[in-house]
Design a protein around this ligand. Structure first.
Ligand SMILES: Nc1ncnc2c1ncn2[C@@H]1O[C@H](COP(=O)(O)OP(=O)(O)O)[C@@H](O)[C@H]1O
Ligand SMILES: [Mg+2]
Length: 144
């Protein structure tokens, strides 16, 4: 399945995140693509909130991984500072991308930087910034 939505503001992003959150289950791996500032972290933040966790969601750019305990365990990765799958394996990320050991949902920003690490994502989300507050969001479901 593939859907394309144009959203006009953060309120519409929140609504989309809530509807998308209802389709999630565990284990799942979700890739987020799009330029810096397109809204990848903001989308994860709204999903974490829709799943009932009130923690402050911040960008994992420097920590590489932030975890949240919502309806499911949420693992929010940012691979921006990594440059290969080997580097990601070197910091112990392998268990998160193996469906046999994953006990929650992984969201991964900048998956392009760790080519080959994630073999079977469940969704690929691509965000394009059209204006200050408008975004085009394409959600592609990968058949397993
Ligand atoms: N409709 C929208 N969807 C997503 N982000 C938006 C939207 N409108 C404005 N923004 C703002 O754009 C910025 C997106 O930043 P962020 O989520 O950190 O991007 P990324 O993680 O892709 O680098 C945030 O400051 C957010 O408030
Ligand atoms: Mg981000």
């Amino acid at each position: 399945m593939k859907i394309k939505v144009v959203i006009k503001n953060l309120t519409e992003l929140k609504q989309l995140a809530k509807a998308f959150a209802e389709t999630l289950k565990t284990p799942m791996i979700i890739l987020l693509k799009g330029d810096l500032g397109s809204g990848k972290t903001t989308f994860v933040k709204e999903i974490v909130s829709a799943l009932g966790c009130n923690d402050l969601v911040t960008s994992p750019t420097f920590t590489l991984l932030n975890c949240y305990h919502a309806k499911y365990n949420i693992y929010h990765f940012d691979m921006y500072r990594l440059s290969s799958a080997e580097e990601a394996l070197g910091v112990g990320f392998a268990e998160y991308f193996d469906k046999n050991t994953l006990d929650g949902i992984c969201f991964v920003e900048w998956p392009e930087n760790v080519q080959g690490l994630i073999e079977k994502p469940d969704f690929i989300i691509e965000i394009t910034k059209n204006g200050v507050n408008t975004r085009t969001i394409v959600i592609k479901g990968e058949e397993q």
